[in-house]
Design a protein around this ligand. Structure first.
Ligand code: SAM
Length: 198
């Protein structure tokens, strides 16, 4: 890491502090999908998080599936994974354009993953289910992360958020959501950062 990015990171951590999550164990899940993604590396700490906070293994909801890397990671641990995405990409993704059929085809062998082509805004209006676990990795703006993430924190025991190191707006939203939900917040500062609200 260069001096400039070290300083940027220092400022981010100073201005928006979050207690660091230190995993006790790193475990590679049995089933993994071979796709290029900024999420890679985080699969090693999911089991540790589930054990640490005693999270149930029935249901997981994910907002922001893209090509399915994180969905497949979760499919190792939960009976059912619900994946919600517009499957169009957004201002922060490299890939733009409809990728629903492509993702659906490559996830077809993971029968415990159900994909829905939907905006989180429509989804959260109609779903009152309580999930064991949730993941938010949509467009990395404050407003969308806060709105989707607050719903997720209120509808699951534990919510994780990707990109708390690479997008200060995500980090800010995570801190505010934890406050609003009256929950604890941790941050794992690797692989672009993972916020954990529990
Ligand atoms: C960074 S990618 C997700 C990466 C994925 N979690 C992985 O493991 O590689 C972000 C995804 O969020 C989706 N997205 C953006 N805005 C959304 C919204 N309002 N509702 C649902 N999905 C959205 C995009 O279509 C894109 O596929």
């Amino acid at each position: 890491m260069g001096l400039r990015s070290k300083f940027k990171k220092y400022k981010l951590h100073k201005n928006l502090p979050i207690e660091t999550y230190v995993p006790s164990n790193k475990v590679k899940p049995e089933m993994m999908l071979e796709v290029v993604t900024a999420w890679a590396g985080l699969e090693l700490i999911i089991e540790d998080i589930l054990k640490r906070f005693n999270i149930g293994r029935d249901s997981c909801i994910e907002f922001g599936v893209e090509f399915g890397y994180s969905s497949v990671v979760f499919s190792n641990y939960f009976k059912k994974v619900t994946g919600v995405d517009i499957f169009m990409g957004d201002e922060h993704t490299d890939h733009k354009g409809d990728h629903y059929e492509k993702t659906k085809a490559s996830l077809s062998q993971y029968t415990n993953i159900e994909l829905y082509k939907s905006d989180y805004k429509d989804w959260i209006k109609k779903d009152n289910t309580q999930y064991d676990f949730s993941h938010v990795d949509i467009v990395h703006n404050y407003k969308e992360t806060y709105e989707c993430g607050l719903w997720a924190a209120q509808h699951s025991k534990c919510t994780i958020f990707h990109d708390t190191e690479s997008f200060p707006e995500v980090r800010r939203a995570v801190i505010d959501i934890a406050k609003a939900a009256g929950k604890n917040v941790y941050n794992y500062p690797y692989h672009n950062g993972l916020g954990i609200i529990v």
